[in-house]
Structures are given as C-alpha cells and as structure tokens.
Design a protein around this ligand. Structure first.
Ligand code: AMP
Length: 481
C-alpha cells in the first residue's frame, strides 16, 4: 500500500515523501482514512508504530480543508494532550514536519520552562496545540488560551497520562472543550480506567489495534548478564568502554541513581549525561540533543525517557536496573529497534531482580538469553568488588544438593537463628545488597520526596502556576512529566 491510496492531500504526500516514508505503517493505513472521515478513534498502539503520523496527517488535512485561508488571529482547533515534555516536543515537531507545505500553526505547551514565549505564541494565534495537561490548565486559568474552538482532541499515550496521575487534569481540560468534536485516543495498554475514559469520551469509535511495529521480540536482541549489585557499575563501565556502540541509553530506577551512575561513568572516562524529572527542562533538552548528535555516548535515564523518545537508530539500551513494572521493560527497549532497525537490549540482573526478570519474560512470552560474563577483563574500580562467580543459583539444584548432603552438623554454641543468613553469606549473594537506594520502591513516598507537593486544587480556583514554577504534581510516585 502507498500513501497515495489514503486520500491525503498532495502537500501531505509530498511531506511524507520528503521524510523518506515509502509506505504507511499498519496503524497509519487503518487510522488515516477513518480520521479523515471525521470518526472517533480508539487505537491500541505504542510509540514506534508510527502512531503520530496516524493522527497528525489527517488532522492537518481536516484543519486545512475546514479553514484553507490562514486568518490573522486564531484560537486552536486541534488539541493534542501528551504525558511528557519530550513527547510533546516530538509530536509538535511531527506536525511541523508533516505540515511544512501547509499553513497550519502549531504551539508547544509544557511546564518547566518560561510561560511567556508560549503566551506570545498563543496570542499570535495557532491552529494546533500540543500540550502536557498541567501547563495547559495554567494557561487556561490565566485566560491565555481559549479552547472553545477545539474540534479535534487527541489523547496520546493515554495510559501513561493516567499512570502519571493526570486523570483529574484531563477531566478539567475536557470540561473546557466544546462537546461537538472529534476524539482520538491512543494507548499502549487498556486498563479498566482507560476503558472508562474511552467510554465517556468516544462516540461510536473505530477501533484499531496494531502489534508494536518493532515488536521487541523481532528486532531487538535481548540479553542478560547475571551480576551482583556491587559489580554492576564496573561491568557496565567495562562493556561501554569496550563495546563498539556509539550510543547507549541506560535506564536506572531512580533519579538519584541516574545522577550517581552518570557521575561514576563520567569519572570512568565516558562522555555521559543524565535525563530525569528533577533536571530542568533546558538540561533535559540539552542532554537529549547532545546524545542524538553523538556528543555524549551514554545517556542515563529514568523511565520518564522510556516512552515517547524517538532517537533514530539507537543501537543499544541497557537496563542497569530492571523496572518495577514489567511492561516498562517493553517501553524502555522500544527506544531501540525502531523504524525497522535492529537493536540490542542488555539487562544487568542481580539476585534481587530475579522475580522482575521472570515477570518481564512472561510479558515478552519468551526467555531472555543469559550470557556468561568474562570477569577476568573487567577492571575493579576502587572500593568496588567483582563477584568471583555468577550468582544465579537454581534453587532446585541447591535443594537437591542439600538433600544429598543430609543434615548439617550444628556449630557448637551457635543456634541457627544466631548464625543468621546474611552473616554467613558472601556479600555478593545478599538479596538486597545492603539497602541500596536503587532498590527503593518509587511507590514509597520517601523515594519521591521532590515530587511530594500537593495536587493543584482546581484549574479555575488554584493559584497561578506561572508564579510557582517547578512545583510538583501528584503522579502516583512515578516520574513527573
Ligand atoms: P511514532 O510511533 O509516531 O513515534 O514513530 C516512530 C518512528 O517511525 C518515527 O521516527 C517516525 O518518523 C517513523 N515513521 C513513522 N511512520 C513511518 C513510515 N510510514 N515509514 C517510515 N518511518 C516512519
């Protein structure tokens, strides 16, 4: 199938041609004609499927045909809500790229940066607004944006928005929109909460479900090294310094862990940057740009970067720590193997992460290869030890060996309780390795101290967020946008 058969205008066909798209992806082939017809859409699709073009191309066409002549000043007629600033920037870029031969104006609205340029852009008049919910409500609260002309609404990565605690903000935005509009909802997963949102939002929707275009099992080579917590950094540093990979995205579970690892890798001589929710938006943008431009070899990220980021031909993702939620593994490794390219996903798995590994394998529907690690080549950084041998021990083999040995003689004067387990194990075999901060549960408020500010009290009554920039938003303990 070609783009010619989808009913797109020549200006849009020319733009996709210039971008090097030769044929539509499955979601584009199925969604574009329905959106052009004005139908509501419920799409199960992840980043990497080409979903952005699936809504941006037909919306640009509908906006152009509804209002072919640009007016001097205009209120937005299409609104795209996204969970993170990075995704907002990418989606806005896509509208700009696809619409390069049309006259539609797109505004990018997100928090963490000065509101003034956004206000000026809105004042000049725009057709499309791509926004994260919090800052959009701030603009609405300040009467800098009028949403009454919105005829097309897209909720992109709706599941992620709900995960991040945006449901109340989304409902507040919906209350500001006119009832007569086209609604498009994109979500990677369909929880009962998403279904509830879809039921209240969509009218007789066309449902499109596509397998992830770069299904992780197909294009990504998954590997695991079994390591101790204590040796992870030395192993990672060794692999990065001795591998031939020009770009590696490394995931940690916590923001603190990301900073610390980035510092350590920098000390090990690697060009490295970190990206997470505590960094200013400028620092995040710069880190991402430097990484995309090959100025830094390693980008250490928390799960905030797991969705939405589009880094073309990213060859390798490393899970320095496995994510709490197995589905996040799929989102993390979805950063590689994109747009038909192959990629590698390497996970450094310690004993305390075994259950997480099993849960991930269940989601993938397959076992991940465990590769042996040649520790003889790995330099030992000061103060950090390497395990003498792989620590993964099959519990059934241990039980069989113990049964074959028979009962152990008890050491004189010491009860089993007094000896304890931890005291008798080598350090490398301890299940949680002395409470590393990287083992903390982000659902625990102690891990999200910087995110613990109270939720805003209603867009129409709350204080101006422009006066309180950087204030946290409730997000169920996950990374903020
Ligand atoms: P998305 O899922 O929208 O984030 O898109 C993922 C990547 O696929 C982006 O780099 C797009 O530029 C690329 N892409 C989208 N549609 C196509 C297409 N039809 N042909 C080739 N690449 C595409």
């Amino acid at each position: 199938m070609s783009f010619d058969s989808l009913g797109l205008r020549p200006e849009l066909r020319l733009a996709v041609d210039e971008l090097g798209y030769t044929e539509p992806t499955p979601i584009q082939a199925r969604a574009i004609p329905s959106v052009l017809e004005g139908r509501d859409l419920l799409a199960a699709a992840q980043t990497g499927t080409g979903k952005t073009a699936a809504f941006a191309l037909p919306l640009l066409q509908r906006l152009t045909e509804a209002n072919p002549e640009p007016r001097g000043s205009r209120a937005p007629r299409a609104l795209v809500l996204v969970p993170t600033r990075e995704l907002a920037a990418q989606v806005e870029q896509s509208f700009t790229d696809f619409g390069r031969h049309l006259q539609q104006r797109t505004a990018l609205i997100f928090g963490g940066v000065s509101a003034r340029p956004q206000v000026e852009m809105l004042r000049r008049g725009v057709d499309i607004v791509v926004a994260t919910p919090g800052r959009l409500l701030d603009h609405a609260n300040e009467r800098c944006i009028n949403l009454r002309d919105v005829r097309h609404l897209v909720l992109d990565e709706a599941d992620r928005m709900l995960d991040m605690g945006f449901i109340r903000d989304i409902r507040r935005v919906l209350a500001l929109l006119p009832p007569n509009r086209q609604n498009l909802l994109f979500s990677a997963t369909f929880s009962s909460e998403i279904r509830g949102l879809a039921e209240g939002l969509l009218k007789n929707p066309v449902t499109v479900e596509v397998a992830q275009r770069n299904a992780p099992a197909e294009l990504v080579d998954h590997r695991v090294h079994l390591v101790t917590q204590g040796e992870k950094r030395a192993v990672l540093s060794h692999l990065l310094r001795n591998g031939a990979t020009p770009q590696t995205l490394v995931f940690t579970r916590t923001k603190h862990g990301a900073n610390r690892l980035a510092d350590q890798l920098t000390r090990d001589g690697l060009e490295c940057a970190a990206i997470h929710g505590n960094k200013s938006q400028n620092a995040r943008t710069r880190a991402l740009e430097d990484f995309k431009a090959y100025k830094v070899q390693v980008l250490v990220a928390t799960d905030i970067a797991a969705r939405g980021l589009d880094i073309s031909e990213l060859p390798q993702v490393v899970n320095y720590e496995l994510p709490h939620v197995p589905e996040d593994y799929v989102h993390r490794i979805g950063r590689t193997g994109r747009a038909g390219c192959t990629g590698q996903a390497l996970s450094l798995v310690s004993d305390d992460e075994k259950d997480r590994l099993r849960a991930i394998e269940k989601v993938l529907g397959r076992k991940i290869n465990v590769l042996p690690l040649d520790r003889s080549q790995i330099e030992r950084p000061p103060g950090e030890g390497l395990a003498r041998e792989p620590r993964y021990v099959d519990p059934r083999a241990v039980a069989q060996a113990a049964a074959a040995r028979g009962p152990r003689p008890q050491r004189a004067g010491q009860s089993r309780h007094e000896r304890g387990h931890r005291g008798s194990e080598p350090r490398s075999a301890r299940p949680h390795d002395a409470g590393s901060s990287q083992n903390r549960n982000p659902a625990n408020p102690a891990d999200g101290r910087s995110q613990g500010a109270p939720h805003r009290q209603g867009a129409s009554h709350g204080p101006s967020r422009f006066q309180s920039q950087g204030r946290g938003r409730r997000n169920n303990g996950r990374q903020p946008a």
